[in-house]
Ligand binder design. Structure first.
Ligand SMILES: *[C@@H]1O[C@H](CO)[C@@H](O)[C@H](O)[C@H]1NC(C)=O
Ligand SMILES: *[C@@H]1O[C@H](CO)[C@@H](O)[C@H](O)[C@H]1NC(C)=O
Length: 498
């Protein structure tokens, strides 16, 4: 992407010299799902004419840019990417054979990030001397790194939470040993097997420094999680903190270079709602055995499919060889016309927005959930780690917009082809699937309503902007031409039909 060229070390000084007012600094956590959401938020804030700086290692800044799904390159290029020097870190390959799918291979880079406290502090101090006001928006997992904000008088910080309110509250009540604050389904998956010990350690380090934040921003909306958002808002208020639920923060129109991908051409030729999209995000590697069962299951279901078969990310996604997983002998020939296997970076939001896509087999990462919900696509939920098992409860039990592929309690067992065949057929070929799809489309309509003028998420986004610019809310409006006032995907053909 030629238009996403790096802006280098000192470019931020120009902006500040020009504006000398407000500067927003984004500090993302280096994992794709987090980089992506903070990049989307950067473009949204920048659309109000506010200078936004995106701060991370050179590798992760580059990763965020080259994978900027559905963002307009002309919006991305307006952001100031500031590359911090990070210590060297190991970037081992993922282990596809592990039954526990937590991405241990990313831990070395996460530990390396913890040492960014000093360079980030220097950077913030430098900027704070030139801008009237500095607003830092950071991932909760980067709280350690931004904590020196507390000693800068004209700066304050906000946490942008990359997961559901449901996960936040589940995790909080679990770690405090308290009951879940509102009624929830009976048999929710346990937290066992969701995280590694090191992930808990890294998380625990954030608890104290997170207390410096002035507010919380959630990528969810009242239409999806109203009662929980109200509760968290009250807890925050008791601590003198504000909360804004502004999601979904997907770009409204897909203008990315990726829109030409061959799988979109293929989708153009398929019948409405006839294709199931299969993808497990960027942190999951399947074993050869798991791949074989999935391949056979898809083939036996006789349903059209697009399957993104990629290995999990390494700490440095630009570094060296990646395993190319083997498919069963003759599979690709046998499924010609029925489905396609994609090995490169797929334009997921565009695939989900396509009218031919009628289902999504997903690990239930929050990006995937939000994209799917906004496009009105029901999910075959196969959660693998972290917040995914709880997100799958939202999908299958609370919103009832999907089916479970494999119960969390059975996570050590191989998922058989017959299981996959069965769930794909239920979702794509049976009346049960149509009912679920109808619910997904109805929910999508409500969610998209949130982000248009007058919708709750749009009002809260405007209120956040007014809060950080110190303006009256009526004066706040986006200035960018490519991001209209609504932040969700108005172009999806799914939900508009609902
Ligand atoms: C995983 O198992 C396969 C055999 O099923 C083996 O060929 C491969 O080397 C193993 N990979 C790792 C990283 O242990
Ligand atoms: C947000 O998300 C993290 C997990 O990424 C969670 O542990 C944290 O407590 C959440 N809460 C807030 C207010 O950010």
């Amino acid at each position: 992407m030629a238009s996403c060229n790096d802006t280098h070390e000192i470019s931020y000084e120009n902006t500040i010299a020009e504006q000398a007012q407000l500067v927003v600094i984004m500090v993302p956590f280096p994992a794709q799902g987090h980089l992506n959401q903070l990049l989307q938020l950067s473009c949204l804030i920048s659309s109000y004419g506010i200078p936004v700086h995106y701060v991370g290692s050179a590798i992760h800044n580059r990763q965020a840019k080259v994978r900027a799904n559905s963002l307009n390159p002309l919006d991305v290029v307006k952001l100031r990417f500031h590359d911090l020097t990070t210590p060297a870190f190991d970037s081992p390959p993922p282990n596809p054979n592990s039954t526990n799918k937590f991405p241990l291979q990313l831990q070395p880079v996460w530990y390396a990030m913890l040492s960014l406290r000093q360079p980030v502090a220097e950077y913030l101090k430098h900027i704070s001397m030139q801008a009237k006001r500095v607003v830092v928006i950071h991932d909760p997992l980067m709280s350690v790194v931004v904590q020196d904000i507390a000693s800068i008088p004209n700066a304050d910080s906000y946490v942008f939470n990359c997961s559901s309110a449901y996960f936040h509250s589940s995790f909080e009540s679990e770690s405090l040993g308290k009951p879940f604050p509102i009624e929830q389904p009976k048999n929710v998956p346990s937290f066992e097997g969701c995280f590694s010990d090191d992930a808990f350690k890294i998380g625990a380090l954030q608890v104290e420094p997170m207390k410096y934040r002035a507010g919380d921003i959630f990528n969810t909306c009242r239409a999806l999680e109203g009662p929980l958002i109200d509760l968290i808002e009250r807890e925050d208020a008791a601590e003198n903190r504000k909360l804004w639920a502004i999601g979904p923060i997907l770009p409204s129109k897909s203008l990315s270079a990726n829109s030409q991908h061959k799988c979109l051409e293929w989708l153009d030729k398929q019948a409405r709602n006839s294709v199931i999209y299969v993808s497990f995000g960027t942190t999951i590697s399947l074993s050869d055995e798991e791949i074989k069962e999935l391949a056979m299951g898809l083939e036996q279901s006789k349903q059209k499919f697009i399957w993104v078969l990629r290995d999990a990310d390494k700490g440095n996604v630009f570094d060296g060889e990646v395993r190319r997983a083997e498919l069963p002998d003759g599979f690709v020939e046998r499924v010609k016309g029925l489905g396609m296997v994609v090995r490169d970076w797929a334009p997921q939001p565009e695939i989900l927005a396509h009218p031919s896509t009628g289902g999504f087999m997903s690990h239930c990462g929050w990006n995937s959930c939000i994209e799917s919900i906004t496009m009105g696509v029901p999910i075959a939920a196969w959660p693998m780690h972290s917040d995914q098992p709880r997100n799958s409860v939202l999908i299958t039990e609370i919103w009832k917009t999907g089916l479970i592929v494999r119960e969390w309690g059975l996570r050590e067992e191989l998922v058989k082809a017959s299981t996959i065949e069965n769930v794909v057929r239920r979702l794509m070929a049976l009346e049960e699937g149509n009912t679920i799809r109808k619910r997904a489309e109805e929910l999508a309509a409500a969610v998209r309503q949130s982000t248009v003028e007058g919708g709750t998420s749009k009002v809260e986004l405007d209120s956040f902007i007014a809060h950080i610019t110190g303006q009256n809310m009526d004066c706040v409006s986006p200035t960018s031409s490519s991001i209209p006032s609504s932040s969700a995907c108005n172009n999806s053909s799914h939900a508009s039909a609902a």
